[in-house]
Design a protein around this ligand. Structure first.
Ligand code: FES
Ligand code: FES
Length: 137
């Protein structure tokens, strides 16, 4: 099996690798694992509370080239989107963009799941943060 040029490009020059501070309540963190192969992907989004737009994203992926390329790609795709728009990113879009072969489709599903997990985490943390500050005041 050979990787597509786009997979190789993202693998060799991954975009937005790293971490945001988990204590920052404008950050949502999604951590997902692939049962099929044991690969793990962490995706973080940073939301501008004033606009509700995702202004930045980071990832760390311990996995195959397709998983790294999928997560690198979605950090680019989520920027500038609302949370609801980010949730419309489907693994099929990722697989198509990267020309993933069938055996690597689950790598793109991991990236879709990571977006959902990050959005869920942001939403839960955001509600908690608001409730806490209301209690404090
Ligand atoms: Fe080998 Fe995913 S199966 S890194
Ligand atoms: Fe499992 Fe790519 S082989 S995530």
């Amino acid at each position: 099996m050979s990787y597509s040029q786009k997979v190789i490009d993202h693998y060799e020059n991954p975009r937005n690798v790293g971490n945001f501070d988990k204590g920052d309540d404008t950050v949502g963190t999604g951590m997902v694992g692939a049962p099929a192969c044991g690969d793990v992907m962490k995706l973080q989004i940073k939301v501008n509370p004033a606009t509700g737009l995702i202004e930045d994203a980071r990832f760390k992926t311990y996995g195959c080239g397709s998983a790294i390329a999928s997560s690198s790609l979605v950090t680019e795709w989520v920027k500038g989107k609302t949370l609801d728009q980010a949730l419309t990113i489907k693994n099929t879009h990722i697989a198509e963009e990267l020309a993933l072969p069938p055996v690597k489709i689950h790598c793109s599903i991991l990236a879709e799941d990571a977006i959902k997990a990050a959005v869920d985490d942001y939403r839960s943390r955001h509600v908690e943060a608001t409730a806490t500050s209301e209690q404090a005041s």
